[in-house]
Design a protein around this ligand. Structure first.
Ligand SMILES: N[C@@H]1[C@@H](O)[C@H](O)[C@@H](COP(=O)(O)O)O[C@@H]1O
Length: 240
């Protein structure tokens, strides 16, 4: 595990954008695993700027997102489809058909998660996966207690996650209680991981990742076993 500590959120976002930019330069047909949430938001902004300034061709880049809420339309502002389009895909020249996000509106969610795994396999696996973390240590939407050998599946969200994510919704009752999420084994199968965390609220989860015992009760701890993990933090998360 390599740990990079930036001065602040802005610095971390710039470093992260540079990391992904260089990975794309090195492998123009890269498959990126992408994450949503407020943590990677600024990284997408910087990355889009860098890609556009340098006219980088993204026609052979593919993306697969980690997760999506069950029941939200793609044009719902809280959906991860909307987030990705708004924050990144509409800002760069990536063909939309190269981008994949689980369909939380599918009539057959079991078939959807199965076909999502197939999409990843057909792409030859994920070269670089971006990850954030929930306050309770969840990655993707894999909540505490999720088996380490889980693949993409339908998951129930915990009260902590519903409460944390309610800040994006008008009221807490509007937060979906279920999601589709890549599983922990799916995430561990990725060839490299860029993990990002910023701010005091993530300190406990980050401490578990850096120093804790590996346990299904804190999903992020499984990343200790990944052999190509880069952790990017800001000083706040470390209490510095
Ligand atoms: N499913 C997402 C996660 O992928 C994300 O890492 C987490 C933290 O989000 P934020 O970066 O907004 O704190 O929130 C959601 O639950």
């Amino acid at each position: 595990m390599e740990v990079v500590t930036a001065e602040d959120y802005d610095g971390m976002s710039k470093e992260a954008a540079k990391f992904i930019y260089e990975a794309i330069e090195k492998k123009p047909d890269i498959t990126l695993g992408l994450a949503t949430g407020s943590t990677p938001q600024k990284m997408y902004q910087y990355l889009a700027e860098m890609l556009n300034e340098n006219n980088i061709d993204l026609s052979n880049v593919h993306t697969v997102n980690l997760d999506e809420y069950v029941g939200l339309d793609g044009d719902d502002k809280q959906s991860y489809h909307y987030f990705m389009l708004e924050e990144f895909f509409s800002k760069v020249n990536i063909p939309l058909e190269n981008t994949h996000i689980p369909d939380g509106k599918s009539d057959d969610l079991d078939a959807e998660v199965e076909s999502y795994e197939k999409i990843i396999a057909d792409l030859g696996g994920i070269d670089l996966q971006v990850l954030g973390v929930g306050r309770n240590g969840h990655i993707g939407f894999n909540e505490p207690g999720t088996p380490f050998n889980s693949r993409t599946q339908v998951v129930d969200l915990t009260d902590v996650t519903i409460k944390d994510n309610s800040r994006f919704f008008d009221k807490i009752e509007d937060v979906p209680t279920r999601a589709l999420s890549m599983g922990l084994e799916t995430i561990m199968d990725t060839k490299s991981i860029l993990f990002l965390a910023s701010g005091e609220t993530k300190s406990e989860a980050v401490d578990a990742l850096l120093n804790g015992e590996i346990t299904e009760e804190i999903p992020v701890t499984i990343l200790q076993k990944h052999d190509n993990l880069t952790v990017m933090l800001d000083k706040d998360v470390l209490g510095e």
